[in-house]
Design a protein around this ligand. Structure first.
Ligand SMILES: [Fe+2]
Ligand SMILES: [Fe+2]
Length: 133
């Protein structure tokens, strides 16, 4: 999974945060591959999920502050979307992963990659359009 300009919001700080999110999600994909090869490392998996959760929460907070500052009318709906993501990641407990590492990681990767791409292109692009109007 890679960031490209089709995902650009046009605000440097936000684009850099999205790039970082994409790069953490790519780590999940790597972990999945390692796990398929029987080289899964639970400590590393836990570390990546923790950094994803922390980074996403701080990105969402900054985006919400920006939307609030510009009086963006879709703020509440957008915040709900962010909550869905945080909840999904927080529900991905180490117990679930221990039960079936490969299944948990591929499901996690599928959810994260789909969610982030579609969220940026739809919800984040809506505030981009609002700023540019
Ligand atoms: Fe975003
Ligand atoms: Fe967002």
């Amino acid at each position: 999974m890679k960031w490209d300009h089709s995902l650009s919001i046009g605000i440097k700080e936000i684009d850099e945060q999205h790039q970082e999110l994409v790069s953490i999600i790519s780590k999940v994909e790597e972990l999945f591959k390692q796990s398929l090869d029987g080289e899964g490392d639970l400590k590393e998996i836990r570390g990546v999920i923790e950094s994803l959760s922390a980074f996403a929460s701080s990105h969402f907070e900054k985006e919400e502050q920006l939307m609030s500052k510009i009086g963006y009318p879709g703020l509440d709906k957008h915040m709900e979307e962010h909550k869905t993501f945080v909840k999904y990641v927080d529900d991905m407990t180490i117990e679930k992963i221990t039960q079936s590492e490969e299944t948990a990681l591929i499901q996690l990767f599928a959810f994260l990659s789909n969610w982030v791409i579609s969220h940026i292109k739809k919800e984040d692009f809506e505030y981009k359009a609002f700023i540019n109007q």
